[in-house]
Design a protein around this ligand. Sequence first.
Ligand code: ADP
Ligand code: MG
Length: 637
Amino acid sequence: MSMEITAWNALYNARHAKDDQRPFSRATLRRIGRFAAPHRRALVWFLLLSVLTALLAVATPVLAGRVVNAISDRAEQRVVIGLALAIAAIALVEAGINLFARWLSARIGEGLILDLRTAVFDHVQRMPIAFFTRTRTGALVSRLNSDVIGAQRAFSDTLSGVLSNLVMLLLTMGVMLTISWQITLLALALLPIFVLPARRMGSRLARLSREAANHNAVMSTQMTERFSAPGATLVKLYGRPEEESQAFAERARRVRDIGIRSAMLQMVFVTTLTLVSALALALVYGLGGFYALRGDLDSGAVVSLALLLTRLYAPLTALASARVEVMSALVSFQRVFEVLDLRPLIEEREDARPVPAGPVSVRFDAVDFGYPAPDKVSLASLEEVATLDARGGEQVLHGVSFTAEAGQLVALVGSSGAGKSTIAQLATRLYDTDAGRVEVGGVDVRELTAASLRETVGMVTQDGHLFHETVRANLRLARPEATEDELWDALRRSRLDGLIEALPDGLDTVVGERGYRLSGGERQRLTIARLLLAQPRVVILDEATAHLDATSEAAVQEALAEALEGRTSVVIAHRLSTVRSADQILVVEAGRIVERGTHDELLAAGGRYEQLYRTQFETSGTAGTSEPSVPQATPVA
Ligand SMILES: Nc1ncnc2c1ncn2[C@@H]1O[C@H](COP(=O)(O)OP(=O)(O)O)[C@@H](O)[C@H]1O
Ligand SMILES: [Mg+2]
């Protein structure tokens, strides 16, 4: 490794060191050991090879010294040729070993990345919805990526680097000391001139690059937010483009200034190192030459010393930053473990059982619920990426009890923010209740297997989300084994067949964020198609038709009526056409069920429902465009 490259590496490590180098427990180390265990054999081989490389690296300068001596002693030709051949052989062997060692370290490193990644993905996937509502996904993903890679570096770079550098350093110094301890000590005395300021410069560079990273993060957030279609629309409608540009330019300028300063600092650092090692080299030649002329040293020894010296600084600088490197690698591990240690709030019981066969009822029994507070679902070290939300912890539902008997349709109505969607989420066990119980098919949902609950209860939400995948893949999410005919049938029943047929690639058209943009209504009809395909025994509609205009709504309503036929359903309604025929209507206000009964009963009672009904009936002209959570009265013919 050339000295210059080493210097750059030392700088790189100093700059990328993590801030908080907390102490770690023995437990962390043991856990790392467990992750490394499958790679034990490769590791041992790798370490052995590192030692071997270090030995070979020291041999060459010694042989070079021998060559010089052979020349000055006027030795026989074949001695010189033999030495040269030996040097060539060493170079060959070294190259081979290096290749093999690199292969090993790549295998260990990449293997470790694989293990950590799959473990983290699997774990995060099992986290409760609350975790995802609090955590900015992008930040979490990038953090996990970089930490997983950081952890891998601990093995493939740091561990082997420290060990082989240590061996290299000790061997080189040992050999140099045996050749001439005076010269060696003097050359080493020059080191602090380099090492001490290097550390200071390293930390200054780290500060600068952290600042630049912050600015860059803010800029890229600004860009991703402003340059998405909805964001750009918002800026065009309300934004102040000049001020946005100015703020952006201000940060960009700061990044430029930092870039120039760190480039200069780095150059000073590298120059200092080159200078110090050149001075040390001059010292070796001068002092060595002096001793050689006096006859205390042979000329080969001077050459060996000079060559060895160039190999001394590389491990020294590498080791100077090793502590930081090891610490930051371990911190990476710790951060990955931290995520792995997050307890999923909702776990399947060991003795969980499937939902009983046949038609099932849904029952809420005195349910109290509040969204979990941040500390329950998030992580201190993820706080900087969590959208800090003062809500949570407050009770949202108070003693909610109702039963949707098998095959019945229960409708929920109430003001926006009353708690209707929350009830829907509890029925699908996206959250667990704080008190009381939710039963599906007469069994507490906490005693059911996640898979059977998923299969039994189907939900269509207000913002029908689609993955960035083909129409086919999005539909098959509900039923992977669905045939082509079944797909088209579901599309037909949700009045989407015409649209999908007209798409360039039909069922294979990619939809979602960056794919083909479906309108809100079309997206919702696709999620309804998904529901029709899944044919769950319990259907929960959370304002499923909110985005549809009057015509397509009428069409989908038919399809939905067909889908709901004979199924237990909980429908959060915004159109009274659905509500009117419900077996039971629940009026939810401020987390409580304030009224219940059939449409006629409630109208006759003249309470909150009657009030809602009247107001919406009067404003029915704006149906579908105003606040979607408030029931909209479609003029009932
Ligand atoms: N993820 C969440 N974290 C914390 N509070 C929430 C969350 N989602 C909804 N809430 C709060 O719970 C209450 C009920 O919301 P929601 O059930 O969505 O009402 P609705 O569907 O009736 O409009 C509201 O006060 C809302 O602010
Ligand atoms: Mg809602």
